[in-house]
Design a protein around this ligand. Structure first.
Ligand code: ZN
Length: 135
């Protein structure tokens, strides 16, 4: 079954084919659309050639439908969207820093950390001891 990613604010569907479509802005106010691979753990992105994503720079992400900011207010280095996978619902967080590879997939039952940089924000999620097997 297809995984559906949607905006936490307007619930608009963000997945188009195999990509998650978001609008993004760099610290230098460069703006564009970004296609993120919808496969968790695959960090390839696609943009128009005129919108270059600079490694190590922080980006602000927006819902392309309602334009809400998706970076967390309490920690702008994390971006939050929702995932519906069959009957299961998750919060999915990823880093707003270009090139930083970490994803957190969270339901009321489990916290899953994915990616080589996943330890960077693990204190933010306060991973319970019994879920350490996912690290
Ligand atoms: Zn939205």
């Amino acid at each position: 079954m297809a995984k559906d990613y949607y905006c936490p604010i307007c619930k608009g569907q963000l997945r188009v084919k195999n990509s998650i479509l978001l609008s993004a802005k760099s610290e230098q106010n460069e703006k564009g659309l970004i296609f993120l691979n919808s496969e968790i753990g695959d960090y390839s992105i696609t943009t128009h050639p005129t919108f270059k994503v600079h490694e190590g720079q922080e980006y602000t992400f927006f819902c392309p439908i309602c334009h809400a900011t998706l970076n967390r207010e309490e920690n702008p280095q994390l971006v939050k969207i929702f995932l519906k996978d069959g009957d299961e619902e998750f919060e999915v967080y990823f880093s707003s820093l270009a090139g930083e590879k970490c994803t957190y997939k969270i339901s009321d039952k489990s916290i899953e950390q994915i990616g080589p940089d996943a330890n960077h924000y693990k204190q933010y999620f306060d991973v319970p001891e019994e879920d350490k097997k996912y690290l």
